[in-house]
Structure formats: structure tokens, C-alpha cells
Design a protein around this ligand. Structure first.
Ligand SMILES: C[S@@+](CC[C@H](N)C(=O)[O-])C[C@H]1O[C@@H](n2cnc3c(N)ncnc32)[C@H](O)[C@@H]1O
Length: 284
């Protein structure tokens, strides 16, 4: 029998402090990440942490939190640990089979919505749909549109389907290599956020937990964009729109590819960070 006083169980405030210390090297938002992971381990909203900082959670909760903090300290993105990511006002399920939708991709959604009339049944296709983020955001904002999402990854399409079901949105999901299997001249608006990072890019190690298929596209990062732009005149109806996300330094190259394929109204829009991010063209 020990005559030492029992060590007090750690409180939420203490656990948070320790976690922030462990993940600070991996995350620019260590405190926020730690709060999200602790809320998840507790099964309580984040506000609980502020209301009850002196609460001492059970050993099970501590163990669950410790595992997710270790994974975060190893660089695993917080969205994969939570299994959800917010995108364009939608709560999307995400898994390591899909790219975590980025805020900048909302610029692509906005650019697409600007050319999709709310009152007509236009045909919209999202190539490389991943979690379904773009297709679902468009389907929600334009209920009249007929939206299709295509991906080469069956695992990604499973995530997209689950998202559509959870959000009660209607999208036609199709497996395929870009638009190769789609019929000619059937599309009014073609959107894509394809992989666009060059092989060997120094940023890739930081993205090692996300699917390489979603990130990397050839020696200069432009292989997928070249393929999609080359096939778009076949896929689009006359007057149809093509909108593409690309790397911050690829605007000029993408505009060149669009012009070379005969697209008109070619221009590039900027993302929230002021970088060239979305280029577009219209089929004459
Ligand atoms: C950058 S991610 C975009 C995911 C999602 N659209 C988004 O914006 O979050 C690119 C997607 O393209 C898919 N992809 C890669 N190669 C493909 C191909 N040959 N045909 C169709 N999809 C492909 C990947 O599986 C991945 O889901």
C-alpha cells in the first residue's frame, strides 16, 4: 500500500497543453487541431473544452486522444483523423482514398456556378471527382443541373457515393479515365481539379498521406491537364464551358493549351491567396 497521495487524473486543459506541444512541429494550427481531436475523443462539441477545462476524462478517452495526437504528430492530416472536411458549406466524409478538398477549390466551384443557370437542366461533368466535393457543391447549388462525377479510383467513388447519400444529393457517378468513355458533344460545363504537381516536387513529402494519384501528374505536372484540354472539344457542346484548377505557376501554360485547342474567352481567376488558380475557356 503506497502512502503517496494518488496522482490526479489529467484534466482537459492539461491534455490539450501536452498535445499542442507534441504536434506543434507538424501543424500551424496545433491548438485548433488538438481541440478538434480531443472533442472527437470525448464525443462532445468543442465548446465543452471551454466550459469544463478541469474535467478529467476517462482512460479510454485519454487513450483514444493519445492515438490521434500521435498520428497527427506523424503528419497525418486532421481531416483524415476526424473523417470529415467542410467544403463549400457541405460536411464531407473523407478517407485516405481521396484528396482532402481544399478551400481554394471553392473558387473553381464559384467560377462554374457563374456559368450554370439556376433554372435550366444543363449537363455538368466533374472529372477526377475524388470525394465528390465539386460535383456535390454544384448539385446542391444548382438542383436543376444534371451532374456527373468521374474518377479512375473505385475507392474514391465509394467515398463520393457515401457523401451523396448522406447529403441527399443526386449525382451520377462513373468510373473512367478522365472523359474518355463519355459520348461526344453532350456536356454544357466541364470542370476538373486534376492532379497537377510535378514528379519530384519538394512539396510532395508533406502530402505523403494523400493519394499520389490525386496529386502527381508527370514531369511538369501538366499531363492530366493536357489530356483533359485535348479531349474537351469532343466532349463539350458548342458554346460549352471548360473550367480547370491548376498550380499557382501553371496559368500561362494552361491558357496556352486552351488557346491551342481553339477555346475562346480564355482567362484565369485568382484563389484566396491571390495566385492564378482557375483557368477557363469556351468552345466556339
Ligand atoms: C486533385 S484530386 C481532386 C479531387 C476532388 N475533385 C477535389 O477537388 O477535392 C484529383 C482526382 O483525380 C483522380 N484521377 C487521377 N487520375 C485520373 C484519371 N486518369 N481519370 C480520372 N480520374 C483521375 C484522382 O483519383 C483524384 O480523385
Amino acid at each position: 500500500v503506497s502512502d503517496q497521495p494518488a496522482k490526479p487524473e489529467p484534466t482537459l486543459a492539461t491534455l490539450l497543453q501536452q498535445a499542442v506541444f507534441r504536434i506543434a512541429d507538424q501543424s500551424g494550427s496545433a491548438r485548433f487541431d488538438a481541440e478538434l481531436l480531443l472533442s472527437q475523443a470525448l464525443g462532445k462539441p468543442r465548446s465543452f473544452l471551454y466550459a469544463w477545462p478541469d474535467h478529467a476524462p476517462t482512460a479510454t478517452v485519454r487513450e483514444r486522444f493519445d492515438q490521434s495526437v500521435s498520428a497527427r504528430a506523424d503528419g497525418r492530416p486532421v481531416a483524415y483523423l476526424l473523417g470529415i472536411q467542410e467544403f463549400h458549406g457541405l460536411e464531407l466524409q473523407v478517407s485516405p482514398d481521396v484528396l482532402i478538398p481544399r478551400a481554394d477549390t471553392e473558387c473553381l466551384v464559384e467560377a462554374a456556378l457563374a456559368v450554370i443557370p439556376p433554372d435550366r437542366s444543363v449537363r455538368v461533368v466533374d472529372l477526377g471527382t475524388g470525394s465528390g466535393a465539386i460535383a456535390l457543391a454544384i448539385a446542391r447549388a444548382r438542383p436543376q443541373a444534371q451532374v456527373m462525377g468521374v474518377d479512375v479510383s473505385e475507392a474514391a467513388l465509394r467515398v463520393a457515393r457515401a457523401n451523396a447519400e448522406a447529403l441527399d444529393l443526386q449525382v451520377d457517378w462513373q468510373a473512367g479515365h478522365w472523359g474518355d468513355e463519355l459520348p461526344a458533344a453532350g456536356i454544357d460545363v466541364l470542370v476538373s481539379n486534376p492532379p497537377y504537381i510535378a514528379e519530384g516536387d519538394p512539396h510532395l513529402p508533406a502530402l505523403r498521406h494523400e493519394p499520389q494519384l490525386a496529386l502527381v501528374s508527370g514531369a511538369d505536372g501538366l499531363d492530366a491537364l493536357r489530356h483533359i484540354i485535348a479531349d474537351a472539344p469532343r466532349l463539350l457542346r458548342p458554346g460549352g464551358h471548360l473550367l480547370l484548377e491548376h498550380g499557382w505557376n501553371q496559368g500561362e501554360a494552361v491558357r496556352g493549351l486552351l488557346l491551342a485547342q481553339g477555346f475562346s474567352e480564355v482567362e484565369t481567376e485568382f484563389d484566396f491567396g491571390g495566385n492564378e488558380r482557375v483557368s477557363r475557356g469556351r468552345l466556339a
